[in-house]
Design a protein around this ligand. Sequence first.
Ligand SMILES: Cc1cc2nc3c(=O)[nH]c(=O)nc-3n(C[C@H](O)[C@H](O)[C@H](O)COP(=O)(O)OP(=O)(O)OC[C@H]3O[C@@H](n4cnc5c(N)ncnc54)[C@H](O)[C@@H]3O)c2cc1C
Length: 498
Amino acid sequence: MRDACGGGRGNATELGSVNQPRAKVVILGGGPGGYEAALVAAQLGAEVTVAERDGLGGACVLSDCVPSKTLIATSGLMAALDGSAGLGIRLDGAAPAGTAPAGTAPAGTRTAGTGRAAVDAPRLYARVRALAAAQSADVAGRLAAEGIEVLAGTGRLTGPRTVTVGDREISADVVLIATGAQPRILPAAVPDGDRVLTCRQLYDLGELPSELVVVGSGVTGAEFAGAYQALGSQVTLVSSRERVLPHEDADAAVVVEEVFRRRGMTVLGRSRATEVRRTAGGVAVILADGRIVHGSHCLLTVGMVPGTSGLGLAQAGITLDDRGFVPVDRVSRTSAPGVYAAGDCTGVMMLASVAAMQGRIAMWHALGEAVQPIRLSHVAATIFTEPEIATVGITHQAVAAGQADALVVKLPLATNARAKMQGFRDGFIKLFARRGSGIVLGGVVVAPRASELILAVSLAVEQLLTVDQMAHTFAVYPSLSGSLTEAARKLMRPAEDA
Ligand SMILES: Cc1cc2nc3c(=O)[nH]c(=O)nc-3n(C[C@H](O)[C@H](O)[C@H](O)COP(=O)(O)OP(=O)(O)OC[C@H]3O[C@@H](n4cnc5c(N)ncnc54)[C@H](O)[C@@H]3O)c2cc1C
Protein backbone atom coordinates (compact mmCIF):
# COMPACT_ATOMS: atom_id res chain seq x y z
CA MET A 1 0.00 0.00 0.00
CA ARG A 2 1.15 3.58 -0.67
CA ASP A 3 1.11 6.71 1.45
CA ALA A 4 1.55 5.11 4.84
CA CYS A 5 -0.69 6.15 7.68
CA GLY A 6 0.57 4.28 10.74
CA GLY A 7 -1.67 1.53 12.08
CA GLY A 8 -2.78 1.18 15.67
CA ARG A 9 -1.01 -2.06 16.55
CA GLY A 10 2.20 -3.94 15.85
CA ASN A 11 3.25 -5.24 12.47
CA ALA A 12 0.70 -7.76 11.22
CA THR A 13 3.36 -10.22 10.13
CA GLU A 14 4.30 -10.66 13.79
CA LEU A 15 0.75 -11.24 15.01
CA GLY A 16 0.73 -14.95 14.47
CA SER A 17 4.25 -15.56 15.74
CA VAL A 18 5.01 -17.57 18.88
CA ASN A 19 6.01 -14.40 20.69
CA GLN A 20 2.87 -12.46 20.01
CA PRO A 21 -0.73 -13.61 20.54
CA ARG A 22 -3.16 -13.30 17.63
CA ALA A 23 -5.16 -10.10 17.69
CA LYS A 24 -8.84 -10.69 18.48
CA VAL A 25 -11.25 -8.86 16.16
CA VAL A 26 -15.02 -8.75 16.70
CA ILE A 27 -17.28 -7.38 13.97
CA LEU A 28 -20.92 -6.41 14.42
CA GLY A 29 -22.73 -6.88 11.10
CA GLY A 30 -22.04 -9.20 8.19
CA GLY A 31 -22.73 -6.86 5.25
CA PRO A 32 -19.97 -5.67 2.88
CA GLY A 33 -18.55 -3.38 5.58
CA GLY A 34 -18.32 -6.30 8.00
CA TYR A 35 -17.48 -9.32 5.87
CA GLU A 36 -14.82 -7.63 3.73
CA ALA A 37 -13.17 -6.43 6.94
CA ALA A 38 -13.34 -9.97 8.35
CA LEU A 39 -11.56 -11.37 5.29
CA VAL A 40 -8.75 -8.82 5.57
CA ALA A 41 -8.37 -9.38 9.31
CA ALA A 42 -8.17 -13.16 8.81
CA GLN A 43 -5.62 -12.70 6.03
CA LEU A 44 -3.53 -10.67 8.48
CA GLY A 45 -3.59 -13.49 11.00
CA ALA A 46 -6.22 -12.19 13.42
CA GLU A 47 -8.78 -14.36 15.22
CA VAL A 48 -12.07 -13.04 13.85
CA THR A 49 -15.68 -13.31 15.03
CA VAL A 50 -18.58 -11.82 13.06
CA ALA A 51 -21.98 -11.35 14.73
CA GLU A 52 -24.79 -11.17 12.17
CA ARG A 53 -28.49 -10.88 12.96
CA ASP A 54 -30.16 -11.64 9.61
CA GLY A 55 -27.76 -13.35 7.23
CA LEU A 56 -24.26 -12.98 5.79
CA GLY A 57 -23.94 -10.48 3.00
CA GLY A 58 -26.13 -8.16 5.03
CA ALA A 59 -28.94 -6.04 3.75
CA CYS A 60 -26.79 -5.41 0.68
CA VAL A 61 -27.07 -9.02 -0.43
CA LEU A 62 -30.38 -10.05 1.10
CA SER A 63 -32.69 -7.08 0.59
CA ASP A 64 -31.10 -4.04 -1.08
CA CYS A 65 -28.37 -3.99 -3.69
CA VAL A 66 -28.37 -7.57 -4.98
CA PRO A 67 -32.18 -8.07 -5.12
CA SER A 68 -32.81 -4.68 -6.72
CA LYS A 69 -30.19 -5.22 -9.43
CA THR A 70 -31.54 -8.71 -10.07
CA LEU A 71 -35.02 -7.24 -10.58
CA ILE A 72 -33.49 -4.60 -12.84
CA ALA A 73 -31.86 -7.30 -14.97
CA THR A 74 -35.39 -8.39 -15.87
CA SER A 75 -36.85 -4.90 -16.21
CA GLY A 76 -33.94 -3.98 -18.50
CA LEU A 77 -34.89 -6.78 -20.86
CA MET A 78 -38.51 -5.67 -20.82
CA ALA A 79 -37.42 -2.11 -21.64
CA ALA A 80 -35.33 -3.46 -24.51
CA LEU A 81 -38.41 -5.22 -25.86
CA ASP A 82 -40.10 -1.83 -26.12
CA GLY A 83 -37.68 -0.90 -28.85
CA SER A 84 -37.41 -4.32 -30.41
CA ALA A 85 -39.89 -3.66 -33.24
CA GLY A 86 -37.64 -0.84 -34.42
CA LEU A 87 -34.73 -3.28 -34.57
CA GLY A 88 -36.65 -5.63 -36.83
CA ILE A 89 -37.92 -8.06 -34.22
CA ARG A 90 -41.47 -9.34 -34.33
CA LEU A 91 -42.70 -11.21 -31.30
CA ASP A 92 -45.15 -13.70 -32.76
CA GLY A 93 -47.14 -16.32 -30.95
CA ALA A 94 -50.11 -16.47 -28.73
CA ALA A 95 -50.46 -14.15 -25.78
CA PRO A 96 -49.63 -15.95 -22.53
CA ALA A 97 -52.59 -17.44 -20.72
CA GLY A 98 -54.47 -14.96 -18.59
CA THR A 99 -53.31 -11.83 -20.42
CA ALA A 100 -55.69 -9.33 -21.91
CA PRO A 101 -55.91 -8.46 -25.61
CA ALA A 102 -53.65 -5.75 -27.03
CA GLY A 103 -54.55 -2.32 -25.75
CA THR A 104 -55.78 -3.59 -22.42
CA ALA A 105 -52.54 -5.10 -21.25
CA PRO A 106 -52.45 -5.83 -17.52
CA ALA A 107 -49.44 -5.00 -15.32
CA GLY A 108 -46.50 -7.02 -16.50
CA THR A 109 -47.29 -7.40 -20.17
CA ARG A 110 -45.47 -5.71 -23.02
CA THR A 111 -46.50 -5.64 -26.62
CA ALA A 112 -43.85 -5.58 -29.30
CA GLY A 113 -44.56 -6.06 -33.00
CA THR A 114 -47.56 -8.31 -33.13
CA GLY A 115 -46.61 -10.36 -30.10
CA ARG A 116 -46.38 -9.89 -26.41
CA ALA A 117 -44.00 -10.56 -23.57
CA ALA A 118 -45.22 -10.95 -20.02
CA VAL A 119 -43.57 -10.83 -16.64
CA ASP A 120 -44.17 -13.89 -14.49
CA ALA A 121 -44.08 -12.04 -11.17
CA PRO A 122 -43.93 -15.04 -8.79
CA ARG A 123 -41.09 -16.51 -10.86
CA LEU A 124 -39.27 -13.19 -11.02
CA TYR A 125 -39.51 -12.67 -7.26
CA ALA A 126 -38.51 -16.30 -6.61
CA ARG A 127 -35.41 -15.75 -8.78
CA VAL A 128 -34.57 -12.58 -6.87
CA ARG A 129 -34.87 -14.34 -3.51
CA ALA A 130 -32.95 -17.43 -4.66
CA LEU A 131 -30.12 -15.36 -6.12
CA ALA A 132 -29.81 -13.32 -2.91
CA ALA A 133 -29.75 -16.51 -0.82
CA ALA A 134 -27.10 -18.05 -3.08
CA GLN A 135 -24.96 -14.92 -2.84
CA SER A 136 -25.31 -14.98 0.96
CA ALA A 137 -24.24 -18.64 0.98
CA ASP A 138 -21.20 -17.74 -1.13
CA VAL A 139 -20.19 -15.11 1.43
CA ALA A 140 -20.69 -17.65 4.24
CA GLY A 141 -18.49 -20.11 2.34
CA ARG A 142 -15.70 -17.56 1.92
CA LEU A 143 -15.73 -16.68 5.62
CA ALA A 144 -15.79 -20.35 6.66
CA ALA A 145 -12.86 -21.11 4.36
CA GLU A 146 -10.82 -18.43 6.15
CA GLY A 147 -11.64 -19.85 9.59
CA ILE A 148 -13.79 -16.87 10.59
CA GLU A 149 -16.27 -17.57 13.37
CA VAL A 150 -19.83 -16.43 12.62
CA LEU A 151 -22.35 -16.00 15.43
CA ALA A 152 -26.00 -15.78 14.36
CA GLY A 153 -27.58 -13.18 16.58
CA THR A 154 -27.71 -9.57 17.67
CA GLY A 155 -24.53 -8.19 19.16
CA ARG A 156 -23.99 -5.17 21.40
CA LEU A 157 -21.11 -3.53 23.17
CA THR A 158 -21.01 -3.84 26.95
CA GLY A 159 -17.73 -1.99 27.29
CA PRO A 160 -15.16 -0.24 25.12
CA ARG A 161 -13.92 -3.55 23.69
CA THR A 162 -16.38 -6.09 25.00
CA VAL A 163 -19.20 -7.47 22.89
CA THR A 164 -22.07 -9.76 23.84
CA VAL A 165 -24.00 -11.93 21.42
CA GLY A 166 -26.75 -13.87 23.13
CA ASP A 167 -25.20 -15.29 26.31
CA ARG A 168 -21.65 -15.11 24.93
CA GLU A 169 -19.33 -12.30 26.01
CA ILE A 170 -16.19 -11.68 23.94
CA SER A 171 -13.26 -9.42 24.74
CA ALA A 172 -11.55 -7.99 21.69
CA ASP A 173 -8.49 -5.98 20.76
CA VAL A 174 -10.38 -4.42 17.88
CA VAL A 175 -14.13 -3.93 17.39
CA LEU A 176 -15.75 -2.95 14.08
CA ILE A 177 -19.30 -1.59 13.97
CA ALA A 178 -20.84 -2.36 10.57
CA THR A 179 -24.54 -2.50 11.37
CA GLY A 180 -25.87 -0.78 8.26
CA ALA A 181 -29.03 1.28 7.94
CA GLN A 182 -32.79 0.84 7.56
CA PRO A 183 -35.39 2.58 5.42
CA ARG A 184 -36.72 5.74 7.05
CA ILE A 185 -40.36 5.52 8.07
CA LEU A 186 -42.69 8.53 8.00
CA PRO A 187 -45.08 8.66 10.99
CA ALA A 188 -48.09 9.14 8.69
CA ALA A 189 -47.03 6.49 6.19
CA VAL A 190 -46.32 3.32 8.06
CA PRO A 191 -45.49 0.33 5.82
CA ASP A 192 -47.72 -2.71 6.21
CA GLY A 193 -45.80 -5.04 3.90
CA ASP A 194 -48.92 -5.50 1.80
CA ARG A 195 -49.84 -2.26 0.02
CA VAL A 196 -47.59 0.29 1.70
CA LEU A 197 -44.05 -0.93 1.25
CA THR A 198 -40.40 -0.19 1.87
CA CYS A 199 -37.88 -1.26 -0.73
CA ARG A 200 -37.18 -4.36 1.39
CA GLN A 201 -40.77 -5.62 1.19
CA LEU A 202 -41.24 -5.76 -2.57
CA TYR A 203 -40.03 -9.28 -3.16
CA ASP A 204 -42.69 -10.96 -1.02
CA LEU A 205 -45.54 -9.65 -3.19
CA GLY A 206 -47.36 -12.27 -5.19
CA GLU A 207 -47.92 -9.95 -8.15
CA LEU A 208 -46.66 -6.84 -9.86
CA PRO A 209 -48.33 -3.70 -8.54
CA SER A 210 -50.78 -2.56 -11.22
CA GLU A 211 -50.51 1.11 -10.18
CA LEU A 212 -47.43 1.88 -8.14
CA VAL A 213 -46.98 5.23 -6.42
CA VAL A 214 -43.30 5.75 -5.59
CA VAL A 215 -42.70 8.39 -2.93
CA GLY A 216 -39.19 9.87 -3.17
CA SER A 217 -37.16 10.53 -6.30
CA GLY A 218 -33.64 9.91 -5.04
CA VAL A 219 -31.55 7.02 -6.33
CA THR A 220 -33.68 4.22 -4.84
CA GLY A 221 -36.97 5.82 -5.88
CA ALA A 222 -35.78 6.48 -9.43
CA GLU A 223 -34.38 2.96 -9.86
CA PHE A 224 -37.58 1.24 -8.70
CA ALA A 225 -39.89 3.66 -10.55
CA GLY A 226 -38.04 2.98 -13.81
CA ALA A 227 -37.89 -0.76 -13.20
CA TYR A 228 -41.57 -1.20 -12.41
CA GLN A 229 -42.62 1.01 -15.33
CA ALA A 230 -40.58 -1.26 -17.60
CA LEU A 231 -42.00 -4.39 -15.99
CA GLY A 232 -45.49 -3.17 -16.81
CA SER A 233 -46.80 -1.32 -13.75
CA GLN A 234 -48.34 2.11 -14.21
CA VAL A 235 -46.01 4.26 -12.10
CA THR A 236 -46.48 7.67 -10.49
CA LEU A 237 -43.29 9.14 -9.06
CA VAL A 238 -43.86 11.72 -6.32
CA SER A 239 -40.90 14.04 -5.94
CA SER A 240 -40.68 16.83 -3.38
CA ARG A 241 -38.03 18.49 -5.55
CA GLU A 242 -38.25 20.20 -8.91
CA ARG A 243 -36.74 17.25 -10.74
CA VAL A 244 -35.94 13.60 -10.16
CA LEU A 245 -32.49 12.70 -8.78
CA PRO A 246 -32.00 16.17 -7.27
CA HIS A 247 -28.50 15.41 -5.98
CA GLU A 248 -27.13 14.03 -9.25
CA ASP A 249 -25.67 15.62 -12.39
CA ALA A 250 -28.48 17.89 -13.61
CA ASP A 251 -28.04 17.02 -17.32
CA ALA A 252 -28.16 13.31 -16.51
CA ALA A 253 -31.25 13.67 -14.33
CA VAL A 254 -33.03 15.56 -17.13
CA VAL A 255 -32.35 12.70 -19.57
CA VAL A 256 -33.69 10.09 -17.17
CA GLU A 257 -36.79 12.14 -16.34
CA GLU A 258 -37.52 12.64 -20.05
CA VAL A 259 -37.23 8.89 -20.65
CA PHE A 260 -39.51 8.19 -17.67
CA ARG A 261 -42.20 10.52 -19.04
CA ARG A 262 -41.87 9.20 -22.60
CA ARG A 263 -42.42 5.67 -21.34
CA GLY A 264 -45.67 6.72 -19.73
CA MET A 265 -44.65 7.42 -16.12
CA THR A 266 -46.38 10.26 -14.31
CA VAL A 267 -43.73 12.37 -12.60
CA LEU A 268 -45.06 14.83 -10.03
CA GLY A 269 -42.38 17.42 -9.22
CA ARG A 270 -42.53 19.78 -6.24
CA SER A 271 -45.02 17.44 -4.61
CA ARG A 272 -44.42 16.48 -1.00
CA ALA A 273 -46.27 13.42 0.25
CA THR A 274 -47.47 13.92 3.82
CA GLU A 275 -49.54 10.80 4.42
CA VAL A 276 -50.31 7.40 2.93
CA ARG A 277 -53.65 5.73 3.69
CA ARG A 278 -55.05 2.34 2.82
CA THR A 279 -58.22 2.44 0.74
CA ALA A 280 -60.63 -0.31 -0.26
CA GLY A 281 -58.79 -0.87 -3.54
CA GLY A 282 -55.24 0.08 -2.60
CA VAL A 283 -53.62 3.27 -1.35
CA ALA A 284 -54.17 7.01 -1.29
CA VAL A 285 -51.11 9.24 -1.10
CA ILE A 286 -51.96 12.65 0.30
CA LEU A 287 -49.80 15.54 -0.92
CA ALA A 288 -49.01 18.70 1.06
CA ASP A 289 -51.13 20.83 -1.29
CA GLY A 290 -54.19 18.62 -0.74
CA ARG A 291 -54.00 16.56 -3.94
CA ILE A 292 -54.54 12.83 -3.58
CA VAL A 293 -52.76 10.24 -5.72
CA HIS A 294 -54.43 6.84 -5.88
CA GLY A 295 -52.68 3.59 -6.64
CA SER A 296 -52.75 -0.13 -5.95
CA HIS A 297 -49.48 0.04 -3.96
CA CYS A 298 -47.16 2.67 -2.52
CA LEU A 299 -43.40 2.31 -2.31
CA LEU A 300 -41.70 4.60 0.22
CA THR A 301 -38.13 5.65 -0.60
CA VAL A 302 -37.54 8.58 1.70
CA GLY A 303 -34.03 7.89 2.94
CA MET A 304 -32.24 5.59 5.35
CA VAL A 305 -31.60 5.81 9.08
CA PRO A 306 -28.49 4.32 10.70
CA GLY A 307 -28.73 1.03 12.59
CA THR A 308 -26.99 2.36 15.67
CA SER A 309 -29.61 2.26 18.42
CA GLY A 310 -29.47 -0.41 21.12
CA LEU A 311 -25.83 -1.23 20.39
CA GLY A 312 -24.45 0.11 23.68
CA LEU A 313 -22.35 2.66 21.80
CA ALA A 314 -22.65 5.40 24.44
CA GLN A 315 -21.45 3.03 27.19
CA ALA A 316 -18.48 2.17 24.98
CA GLY A 317 -17.59 5.86 24.70
CA ILE A 318 -18.69 6.29 21.09
CA THR A 319 -20.37 9.56 20.25
CA LEU A 320 -22.97 9.72 17.47
CA ASP A 321 -23.80 12.69 15.28
CA ASP A 322 -27.18 14.41 15.52
CA ARG A 323 -28.68 12.02 12.93
CA GLY A 324 -27.46 8.93 14.79
CA PHE A 325 -24.55 8.04 12.47
CA VAL A 326 -21.15 7.00 13.87
CA PRO A 327 -18.62 9.67 12.87
CA VAL A 328 -15.37 8.18 11.56
CA ASP A 329 -12.12 9.53 10.18
CA ARG A 330 -10.61 8.46 6.85
CA VAL A 331 -9.19 5.26 8.34
CA SER A 332 -12.57 4.37 9.92
CA ARG A 333 -11.69 5.20 13.56
CA THR A 334 -14.53 6.21 15.89
CA SER A 335 -14.13 8.40 18.96
CA ALA A 336 -13.27 5.31 21.09
CA PRO A 337 -9.77 3.79 20.85
CA GLY A 338 -9.79 0.36 19.21
CA VAL A 339 -13.35 0.75 17.94
CA TYR A 340 -13.81 1.28 14.20
CA ALA A 341 -16.94 1.67 12.06
CA ALA A 342 -17.67 1.06 8.39
CA GLY A 343 -20.53 1.27 5.94
CA ASP A 344 -23.98 2.78 6.07
CA CYS A 345 -23.92 3.23 9.85
CA THR A 346 -21.24 5.90 9.33
CA GLY A 347 -23.35 7.83 6.80
CA VAL A 348 -20.24 8.49 4.70
CA MET A 349 -21.52 7.40 1.28
CA MET A 350 -24.18 4.73 1.23
CA LEU A 351 -22.60 2.39 -1.29
CA ALA A 352 -21.53 -1.23 -0.95
CA SER A 353 -18.12 -0.46 -2.45
CA VAL A 354 -17.51 2.32 0.08
CA ALA A 355 -18.66 0.13 2.99
CA ALA A 356 -16.29 -2.63 1.88
CA MET A 357 -13.36 -0.24 1.48
CA GLN A 358 -14.00 1.39 4.86
CA GLY A 359 -14.07 -2.08 6.45
CA ARG A 360 -10.81 -3.16 4.79
CA ILE A 361 -9.07 0.11 5.67
CA ALA A 362 -10.19 -0.27 9.29
CA MET A 363 -8.52 -3.68 9.52
CA TRP A 364 -5.36 -2.65 7.67
CA HIS A 365 -5.03 0.26 10.09
CA ALA A 366 -5.98 -1.62 13.26
CA LEU A 367 -3.67 -4.53 12.51
CA GLY A 368 -0.66 -2.40 11.72
CA GLU A 369 -0.54 -2.37 7.92
CA ALA A 370 0.47 0.77 6.07
CA VAL A 371 -2.78 2.14 4.73
CA GLN A 372 -4.01 4.83 2.41
CA PRO A 373 -6.96 6.78 3.91
CA ILE A 374 -10.17 6.52 1.92
CA ARG A 375 -10.49 8.92 -1.01
CA LEU A 376 -14.14 9.65 -1.48
CA SER A 377 -13.48 11.90 -4.46
CA HIS A 378 -12.45 8.77 -6.41
CA VAL A 379 -15.58 6.72 -5.77
CA ALA A 380 -17.33 5.53 -8.92
CA ALA A 381 -21.09 5.13 -8.57
CA THR A 382 -24.02 4.17 -10.76
CA ILE A 383 -27.74 4.80 -10.73
CA PHE A 384 -29.27 1.75 -12.37
CA THR A 385 -32.04 3.49 -14.27
CA GLU A 386 -32.55 2.93 -18.00
CA PRO A 387 -30.28 4.49 -19.25
CA GLU A 388 -27.83 4.17 -16.37
CA ILE A 389 -26.03 7.18 -14.90
CA ALA A 390 -22.43 6.50 -13.87
CA THR A 391 -20.20 9.10 -12.26
CA VAL A 392 -16.69 9.44 -10.87
CA GLY A 393 -14.58 12.31 -9.60
CA ILE A 394 -15.56 15.95 -9.44
CA THR A 395 -19.06 17.09 -10.30
CA HIS A 396 -20.27 19.64 -12.82
CA GLN A 397 -21.82 21.48 -9.90
CA ALA A 398 -18.38 21.85 -8.29
CA VAL A 399 -16.91 23.13 -11.56
CA ALA A 400 -19.76 25.62 -12.00
CA ALA A 401 -19.29 26.79 -8.41
CA GLY A 402 -15.61 27.47 -9.10
CA GLN A 403 -14.40 24.75 -6.73
CA ALA A 404 -12.31 23.20 -9.51
CA ASP A 405 -10.58 24.91 -12.41
CA ALA A 406 -11.71 22.43 -15.05
CA LEU A 407 -12.72 22.28 -18.69
CA VAL A 408 -15.91 20.38 -19.43
CA VAL A 409 -17.00 18.61 -22.58
CA LYS A 410 -20.37 16.93 -23.13
CA LEU A 411 -20.85 14.63 -26.08
CA PRO A 412 -24.30 13.27 -26.96
CA LEU A 413 -24.35 9.57 -27.77
CA ALA A 414 -27.04 10.05 -30.42
CA THR A 415 -24.31 10.47 -33.05
CA ASN A 416 -22.30 7.43 -31.90
CA ALA A 417 -22.48 4.69 -34.54
CA ARG A 418 -22.83 1.88 -32.00
CA ALA A 419 -25.65 3.70 -30.21
CA LYS A 420 -27.49 4.02 -33.54
CA MET A 421 -27.01 0.31 -34.23
CA GLN A 422 -28.34 -0.56 -30.80
CA GLY A 423 -31.29 1.75 -31.29
CA PHE A 424 -30.87 4.22 -28.47
CA ARG A 425 -30.35 7.95 -28.43
CA ASP A 426 -30.76 9.01 -24.82
CA GLY A 427 -27.38 9.52 -23.28
CA PHE A 428 -24.10 11.39 -23.25
CA ILE A 429 -20.51 11.35 -22.10
CA LYS A 430 -19.22 14.22 -20.01
CA LEU A 431 -15.58 14.63 -19.11
CA PHE A 432 -13.86 17.08 -16.75
CA ALA A 433 -10.15 17.88 -17.10
CA ARG A 434 -7.93 20.26 -15.17
CA ARG A 435 -7.29 23.42 -17.15
CA GLY A 436 -3.66 23.58 -18.18
CA SER A 437 -2.41 20.10 -17.26
CA GLY A 438 -5.33 18.26 -18.87
CA ILE A 439 -5.48 15.75 -16.00
CA VAL A 440 -8.82 13.93 -16.02
CA LEU A 441 -10.74 14.96 -12.90
CA GLY A 442 -13.96 13.06 -13.45
CA GLY A 443 -16.81 12.20 -15.74
CA VAL A 444 -20.45 11.33 -16.19
CA VAL A 445 -21.70 8.59 -18.51
CA VAL A 446 -25.40 8.27 -19.30
CA ALA A 447 -25.91 5.14 -21.38
CA PRO A 448 -26.98 1.53 -21.21
CA ARG A 449 -24.27 -0.23 -19.17
CA ALA A 450 -22.73 3.08 -18.11
CA SER A 451 -21.71 1.16 -14.98
CA GLU A 452 -19.18 -0.71 -17.13
CA LEU A 453 -18.09 2.24 -19.28
CA ILE A 454 -17.18 4.44 -16.32
CA LEU A 455 -14.16 2.26 -15.44
CA ALA A 456 -12.06 3.95 -18.12
CA VAL A 457 -12.71 7.36 -16.55
CA SER A 458 -12.20 5.92 -13.09
CA LEU A 459 -8.79 4.57 -14.11
CA ALA A 460 -7.84 7.94 -15.56
CA VAL A 461 -8.86 9.74 -12.36
CA GLU A 462 -7.07 7.25 -10.11
CA GLN A 463 -3.88 7.23 -12.18
CA LEU A 464 -3.86 10.99 -12.89
CA LEU A 465 -4.01 10.37 -16.65
CA THR A 466 -4.36 13.33 -18.98
CA VAL A 467 -6.86 13.81 -21.78
CA ASP A 468 -3.94 13.48 -24.19
CA GLN A 469 -3.19 10.00 -22.83
CA MET A 470 -6.86 9.06 -23.03
CA ALA A 471 -7.13 10.44 -26.54
CA HIS A 472 -4.16 8.38 -27.69
CA THR A 473 -5.68 5.19 -26.31
CA PHE A 474 -7.27 2.87 -28.88
CA ALA A 475 -11.02 2.37 -28.59
CA VAL A 476 -12.83 -0.31 -30.55
CA TYR A 477 -14.87 0.82 -33.56
CA PRO A 478 -17.82 0.84 -33.29
CA SER A 479 -18.19 1.23 -29.54
CA LEU A 480 -19.66 3.56 -26.97
CA SER A 481 -16.22 3.84 -25.40
CA GLY A 482 -15.16 5.47 -28.66
CA SER A 483 -17.10 8.50 -27.44
CA LEU A 484 -14.92 8.59 -24.33
CA THR A 485 -11.75 8.95 -26.37
CA GLU A 486 -13.52 11.44 -28.64
CA ALA A 487 -14.47 13.53 -25.60
CA ALA A 488 -10.83 13.42 -24.49
CA ARG A 489 -9.76 14.56 -27.98
CA LYS A 490 -12.08 17.54 -27.74
CA LEU A 491 -10.47 18.56 -24.46
CA MET A 492 -6.96 18.42 -25.96
CA ARG A 493 -7.62 21.82 -27.47
CA PRO A 494 -7.84 24.58 -24.88
CA ALA A 495 -11.48 25.24 -25.71
CA GLU A 496 -13.82 27.10 -23.41
CA ASP A 497 -16.21 25.11 -21.28
CA ALA A 498 -18.79 23.25 -23.34
C1 LIG B 1 -32.65 -0.60 -2.70
C2 LIG B 1 -31.18 -0.39 -2.55
C3 LIG B 1 -30.34 -0.66 -3.62
C4 LIG B 1 -28.96 -0.47 -3.49
N1 LIG B 1 -28.17 -0.69 -4.57
C5 LIG B 1 -26.84 -0.48 -4.48
C6 LIG B 1 -25.99 -0.66 -5.60
O1 LIG B 1 -26.45 -1.01 -6.68
N2 LIG B 1 -24.67 -0.47 -5.45
C7 LIG B 1 -24.12 -0.08 -4.25
O2 LIG B 1 -22.90 0.12 -4.15
N3 LIG B 1 -24.91 0.12 -3.17
C8 LIG B 1 -26.24 -0.07 -3.26
N4 LIG B 1 -27.04 0.13 -2.17
C9 LIG B 1 -26.41 0.50 -0.89
C10 LIG B 1 -25.81 -0.73 -0.21
O3 LIG B 1 -26.79 -1.74 -0.10
C11 LIG B 1 -25.28 -0.34 1.16
O4 LIG B 1 -24.42 0.76 1.04
C12 LIG B 1 -24.56 -1.51 1.81
O5 LIG B 1 -25.48 -2.52 2.10
C13 LIG B 1 -23.88 -1.08 3.09
O6 LIG B 1 -23.23 -2.18 3.66
P1 LIG B 1 -23.10 -2.31 5.25
O7 LIG B 1 -22.18 -3.43 5.50
O8 LIG B 1 -22.81 -1.01 5.85
O9 LIG B 1 -24.57 -2.65 5.77
P2 LIG B 1 -25.62 -3.79 5.45
O10 LIG B 1 -25.45 -4.37 4.12
O11 LIG B 1 -26.92 -3.14 5.77
O12 LIG B 1 -25.31 -4.91 6.52
C14 LIG B 1 -25.43 -4.65 7.90
C15 LIG B 1 -25.75 -5.94 8.59
O13 LIG B 1 -25.63 -5.74 10.00
C16 LIG B 1 -26.59 -6.56 10.63
N5 LIG B 1 -26.79 -6.02 11.99
C17 LIG B 1 -27.32 -4.84 12.34
N6 LIG B 1 -27.28 -4.69 13.68
C18 LIG B 1 -26.71 -5.81 14.17
C19 LIG B 1 -26.38 -6.25 15.47
N7 LIG B 1 -26.60 -5.47 16.55
N8 LIG B 1 -25.80 -7.45 15.62
C20 LIG B 1 -25.56 -8.25 14.54
N9 LIG B 1 -25.85 -7.88 13.28
C21 LIG B 1 -26.40 -6.67 13.10
C22 LIG B 1 -27.81 -6.45 9.75
O14 LIG B 1 -28.64 -7.56 9.95
C23 LIG B 1 -27.18 -6.42 8.37
O15 LIG B 1 -27.16 -7.73 7.83
C24 LIG B 1 -28.43 -0.03 -2.26
C25 LIG B 1 -29.27 0.24 -1.17
C26 LIG B 1 -30.63 0.07 -1.33
C27 LIG B 1 -31.54 0.39 -0.15
